[in-house]
Design a protein. Structure first.
Length: 290
């Protein structure tokens, strides 16, 4: 959540280009916003697990709303309140550690989307709208449910914060190396901003953060910290590019404008919600008595 801008790994126009005042202002905004977000995380961590769950469900629901709102602005007939309710139910089920609630939320999210597509005024692309509704529930809210699942593990608050910070540090490393040295585009058909140099910097940055996490969190050993960093470093760019793929298809630059210098909540959570299910499974596999 701490990336300065969506254009992580952006190559400069030429070797001699200097940052413009606009870029400087954007970076200042981004850093200020990141500090506020870090402060909010610290406050919720201090207040405990229930407060942190409230933070998860609020920011993930806002990110899911941004996805649906972007689709609606592009002409799709998404029933956003239904998708948001299904997504929230998925996260509540994870918090309650109830397989039954999770199953009901998942089934209702899929079947309800089909039923709603039969309504009058459903628009010219009802099947596509079903797909986007269900994808939003499982991609964005599913990532939030996985993060909640981490929260509910033994010492889960520390494990979740470690995961979030490892992902964020990898992202930040990719941004600064990409801006300074990026020359070779990673996926130009999806995002002209991402470079191979930034991608290759993201992995060691996340691995280093994983090592730091292993020194600070008792339940994460050195090997487990290395594995967490490698996992987030490799999958984080895929999450970023997946959101870029979505934005390219519907023709928007940022998912929202609520975070100055960062865009929207989905722009900041893209790597986190993408990596969270894998991190949750990783913790279950490598941490005894998780």
């Amino acid at each position: 959540m701490a990336r300065p801008a969506d254009d992580a790994m952006t190559p400069p126009r030429s070797a001699g280009d200097q940052p413009t005042s606009r870029h400087t202002r954007s970076l200042v905004q981004a850093v200020a916003t990141a500090l506020v977000l870090l402060g909010l995380i610290a406050l919720c961590a201090y207040l405990g697990r229930p407060a942190f769950f409230v933070l998860i469900i609020v920011v993930v629901s806002v990110a899911l709303f941004e996805l649906y709102d972007g689709l609606i602005q592009a002409g799709h007939r998404i029933v956003a309140p239904y998708g948001l309710a299904a997504g929230a139910a998925l996260m509540v089920g994870a918090y309650l550690e109830s397989v039954e609630v999770i199953a009901v939320a998942a089934v209702a999210g899929v079947l309800g989307s089909f039923v709603l597509a039969l309504r009058p005024g459903r628009g010219p692309t009802p099947v596509t709208d079903i797909g986007w509704t269900v994808l939003g529930v499982f991609w964005v809210a599913g990532g939030g449910a996985a993060a909640t699942g981490i929260l509910m593990l033994n010492d889960g608050l520390a494990l979740l914060i470690a995961f979030v910070l490892v992902t964020a540090v990898g992202d930040i490393g990719a941004y600064f190396i990409g801006v300074s040295f990026g020359r070779h585009k990673l996926a130009p058909s999806i995002s002209a901003a991402k470079s191979w140099e930034g991608f290759l910097a993201q992995i060691p940055s996340a691995v280093l953060a994983g090592l730091v996490a292993s020194a600070l969190v008792d339940r994460i050993g050195t090997v487990e910290g290395l594995g967490l960093g490698l996992l987030c470093g490799v999958l984080g760019p895929a999450g970023d590019l997946s959101e870029s793929l979505f934005k390219r298809e519907i023709g928007i630059k940022d998912s929202g404008r609520l975070l100055p210098g960062h865009g929207g909540f989905l722009d900041r959570l893209d790597a986190i919600v993408f990596c969270a299910p894998a991190a949750f499974v990783y913790y279950l596999l490598v941490l005894p008595g998780a």
